[in-house]
Design a protein around this ligand. Structure first.
Ligand code: CA
Length: 593
């Protein structure tokens, strides 16, 4: 027994969760104090994690974890897992070399070939002090005195706390004198970096907008909100990560960068990402540095299927996946440069690091700059633009859902132009099923994304039903069969209706054309399995069989965890579109009824 234990310790020197600590969510209106009477051992409240009834507690008797998880007042309870910066890739310097400012400016300039960041700079709108997006760097802290950050005025400051009066929580956000952000690890107002990782990340974020190595520095177009939750060893509590996410969202960040993670699923961390999504904030996550497949071995938060989340793999200068990078054809969306990246470090120095930790902040930076061009866009819409503007590379095929590496220049063009995005972001609701919200679960009525349920759930009003709210295009046809079995009468009325329609699927610049073969049951099915890729934008043209009239609807290929199949989500399949199809099919329905 002892041998086993010591072996396990040797294999994982880092504890997976904080001993005795748990995150607990109470059902609404329940008081945390009632928990005291429910436990056998001691229970101490370590603090509130979010204002939505989530608390950090310590239990002296592990048995109470079991009893509380069954308690009717408790929505969920889980260990307070430890999160950490990704492992350093093999071959990386264990002690990064710190290079001086003069050495850097003499030898390096911003490049990031082939992502076209320098080219993108010519396209940006003029500098505007009132339009500087905020990227929250939730990490080991940020070097608040580095010349590249200070001279460019890149460090976010809380305007409400800048009055020189100390000891008062001026904006009543729960944090006293949070002038430069917050240190959640030490619960202090100094998010100064004591590890180096977060500073490197911060430099990459602002480096998307100007040359951080040049000796003359313009004002940064991006502000960095420094939120420290990882300690000097690069580890931190899930409860603190969640506090940081809520802080970022509530204090005005448009983008959150998460270059860290862990292998344990945490519902409370997922809830925090869902909160960010509800407030239209984009969360950019590092896929991890284990050379593993996130679809099989999840890395959280990168693997949470929240629409706010954009998971990033690391690529090389030649657009190969970096050898250390995690990947995932479903759960990692894009690749970005992550090998041998120079950025800001301790003092006024720079250093070289590799990892998905470096790839994510580059995406966070260009996301912020895209938002700056079109501030009306939600984080989800920015994510759509990033996905649409990648350069597809065969070397990345099957490694990320877009098969592509981000392109800053194309992204800015898309953001400035009128490139179509969904009019609003889809509804999303966290489910208890490990958080993988299926399409159906997310159904939110008109404008929502749950088209499958909208179809199934609207039975009982005759042949109009199937087309009433949404169109469904499914490959393979798993959901199609579900609909058949549930709506036999409607099926009979529509089954012989044929429509010829072109389906154009645009995958990062490649366009593939297929044919919709049948329209019935409100569902369109077509047989071109190979056309489908998750995350692709689809433009479907539907022609009136009489030849009079054509409508165009836009959708996105999505994966239904429940159905284990792909479908197209027509967010904007408006009533007028549905009505038009209804009018085309009306006579046919009558004829066959
Ligand atoms: Ca405050």
């Amino acid at each position: 027994m002892y041998l086993v234990i010591s072996f396990a310790m040797a294999q994982s020197p880092q504890l997976e969760a904080v001993p005795g600590e748990y995150i607990i969510k109470l059902k609404s209106q329940r008081s945390v104090h009632t928990l005291q009477s429910k436990v056998v051992g001691g229970l101490s409240l370590k603090g509130q994690v979010s204002s939505t009834g989530v608390y950090q507690v310590k239990l002296s008797n592990p048995q109470d974890f079991q009893s509380l998880s069954q308690d009717p007042d408790v929505e969920y309870i889980e260990p307070n897992y430890i999160l950490s910066k990704p492992v350093q890739p093999e071959g990386a310097q264990s002690e990064p070399e710190a290079l001086s400012e003069s050495a850097m400016s003499a030898s390096f300039s911003q490049n990031y070939a082939p992502v076209q960041v320098v080219q993108s700079w010519d396209q940006y709108s003029a500098f505007n002090i009132n339009n500087r997006p905020v990227v929250a760097v939730i990490d080991t802290g940020v070097n608040l005195t580095h010349a590249a950050l200070v001279q460019s005025d890149a460090i976010w400051k809380n305007p409400s706390e800048l009055n020189g009066i100390s000891g008062i929580d001026d904006d009543q956000n729960g944090y006293v004198d949070d002038i430069n952000g917050w240190n959640f690890s030490a619960n202090s107002n100094s998010p100064q970096d004591d590890e180096g990782h977060g500073s490197h990340v911060a430099g990459i974020v602002i480096g998307a907008g100007f040359d951080i190595f040049a000796s003359s520095r313009p004002q940064s177009k991006i502000q960095v909100m420094a939120l420290k939750f990882l300690d000097a060893n690069g580890s931190g509590r899930t409860s603190d990560a969640i506090r940081a996410i809520y802080y970022a969202v509530d204090n005005g960040a448009q983008v959150i960068n998460c270059s860290w993670g862990g292998g344990s699923y945490s519902r409370s961390l997922l809830d925090a990402l869902a909160y960010a999504y509800s407030r239209e904030v984009l969360v950019v996550t590092a896929a991890g540095n284990n050379s593993s497949n996130n679809d099989v071995s999840p890395m959280y938060p990168a693997s949470y299927d929240v629409p706010a989340n954009l998971a990033v793999a690391a690529s090389t200068d030649s657009d190969n996946l970096a050898s250390f990078s995690n990947y995932g054809a479903n759960l990692v969306q894009v690749a970005a440069p992550g090998l041998y990246i120079y950025s800001t470090y301790f003092g006024n120095t720079y250093t070289l690091m590799s990892g998905t930790s470096m790839a994510a902040p580059f995406v966070a930076g260009i996301a912020a700059l895209a938002w700056r061009e079109s501030p009306q866009l939600t984080g989800y819409q920015i994510k759509e633009l990033i996905i649409s503007s990648v350069n597809v590379r065969s070397s990345l095929s099957g490694k990320v859902s877009t098969n592509g590496r981000v392109n800053a220049n194309s992204l800015v063009s898309f953001a400035k132009g009128s490139t179509a995005v969904l009019a609003s972001q889809p509804e999303y609701k966290v489910t208890s099923d490990r958080g993988l919200a299926s399409i159906e679960e997310a159904a939110g009525g008109a404008g929502g994304c749950g088209l499958v349920r909208a179809l199934n759930g609207s039975s009982g009003s005759g042949p109009m039903i199937p087309l009433g709210a949404f169109l469904v295009l499914l490959v393979p046809v798993a959901v199609w069969y579900t609909m058949k079995s549930r709506l036999p009468q409607s099926r009979r009325k529509f089954e012989r209706f044929q429509v010829k329609s072109d389906v154009r699927i645009n995958m990062g610049g490649r366009e593939v054309v297929g044919q919709v073969q049948t329209l019935s049951m409100g569902g369109l099915s077509f047989s071109a399995d190979d056309l489908i890729e998750k995350g692709s934008l689809v433009t479907m043209k539907i022609s009136n069989p009489t030849g009079e009239g054509e409508i165009e609807v836009q959708g996105r290929i999505v994966w239904s965890e429940e159905k284990k199949s792909y479908g197209v989500q027509f967010q904007d399949a408006s009533q007028s579109v549905s009505q038009k199809i209804l009018s085309w099919t009306k006579n046919l329905a009558k004829g066959s009824a």
